[in-house]
Write a protein that binds this ligand. Structure first.
Ligand SMILES: Cc1cc2nc3c(=O)[nH]c(=O)nc-3n(C[C@H](O)[C@H](O)[C@H](O)COP(=O)(O)OP(=O)(O)OC[C@H]3O[C@@H](n4cnc5c(N)ncnc54)[C@H](O)[C@@H]3O)c2cc1C
Ligand code: FES
Length: 317
């Protein structure tokens, strides 16, 4: 059975990931998504071979130095690992403003100490402390906004979101990671229609993507559907309505799934509303963000409606 060697100690790994093996022994390995997406759990192997999956999606420069994601690493043979050098891939950022966008949604603007290279819709990790970070999507657009813009939902009992709601103030300094993720607009094919479906703060990346596409002169339809149980879950409504007035090819439909929808809102599940209006998605591009159940169902149903899998981009959270 494979062992993990860390800090001079050797631990039986069994069927566990390196992350689970070490955290069970009290080693504070930072983690967030625990599914190989966010790269928060980066470690480096100094002896032993790495399974391919442990490095999936890493920059080639990091992979070549034997960095890997501890949550996706199920070693087949003994492996000796170390933490990455302090600060690897991290940047300091100053909190410029913190405001309520809705009852349970915080808008946070950050000024990174050095320019962050990113595409609207990608995500960063925001660190609460050395060992705790969570992913938040970027609602800002690099060429339009000087500051990074995050939308954070308060998750009941959630460690980092509650800490942000209760403690974060303008003027604070936080650590963030470089941006990752493949849910962003790629210029080209400007006539292609684009369907965007979000629930909750899944709107954050889509708000960035829509503005980025418009900025790039996208000509095809940009149809955004935002779902919430009730009207209290909608935010950036005025901004989106204004955008729809300014651009004939952009439409915004807020959908209320529970109770009666007031005038101007669609009634029902957001995915049903989006597909009822757009039943034929052949040659469309599709972006899906938010509740994992919605995102997974939407991936299937938009594919069945004709969208090609390579044109469907999703961030479930
Ligand atoms: C790619 C990506 C992008 C994201 N973008 C955004 C975004 O733009 N905005 C946003 O708001 N969120 C976003 N998220 C989600 C975000 O990263 C966090 O998961 C979210 O903020 C919750 O973190 P938390 O620390 O508050 O909650 P956690 O402490 O991680 O808890 C999450 C939930 O699990 C429960 N829980 C915690 N510990 C346990 C346990 N031991 N046993 C059982 N249940 C437990 C909590 O009660 C809570 O309901 C994104 C996630 C990903 C992967
Ligand atoms: S916690 Fe391992 S990649 Fe996110």
């Amino acid at each position: 059975m494979a062992k993990v060697i860390y800090g001079g100690q050797s631990y039986e790994c069994g069927e566990s990931s390196v992350l689970d093996c070490l955290t069970a022994q009290g080693v504070a390995v930072p983690s967030s998504c625990r599914s190989g997406i966010c790269q928060t759990c980066l470690m480096r192997s100094i002896d032993g071979s790495l399974p391919e999956k442990a490095q999936a999606g890493l920059k080639p420069t990091l992979a070549a130095q034997n960095y890997f994601m501890a949550c996706s690493c199920y070693p087949e043979t003994d492996i000796e690992v170390v933490m990455p050098e302090a600060g690897l891939g991290k940047l300091a950022a100053r909190v410029v403003s913190v405001e309520y966008l809705g009852t349970d949604i915080l808008g946070i603007k950050l000024n990174p100490a050095s320019p962050l290279e990113y595409k609207a819709g990608q995500f960063i990790n925001l660190f609460k402390d050395e060992a705790t970070a969570r992913c938040y999507s970027l609602a800002s657009v690099p060429s339009l906004n000087e500051l990074l813009f995050l939308n954070v939902r308060k998750v009941p009992g959630g460690m980092v979101s509650n800490w942000l709601f209760e403690n974060l103030r303008a003027g604070d300094n936080v650590a963030i990671s470089e941006a990752s993720g493949d849910c962003f607009y790629v210029p080209g094919n400007p006539e292609q229609n684009i369907l965007l479906i979000a629930t909750g703060t899944g709107l954050a990346p889509l708000y960035g993507i829509v503005r980025d596409a418009l900025l790039n002169g996208h000509q095809g339809k940009l149809s955004l559907y935002h779902g919430s149980y009730d009207v209290s879950g909608f935010y950036l409504v005025d901004e989106l309505k204004k955008l729809a007035q300014m651009h004939d090819n952009f439409s915004y439909v807020p959908c209320v799934s529970d109770g009666v929808a007031p005038a101007g809102y669609a009634q029902g599940m957001v995915l049903d509303a989006a597909l009822a209006d757009n039943p034929d998605l052949a040659r469309w591009r599709v972006f899906l963000c938010g509740n994992p159940n919605m995102v997974n169902a939407a991936k299937q149903q938009t594919f069945f409606a004709g969208a090609s899998m390579r044109d469907i981009f999703a961030d479930p959270f």
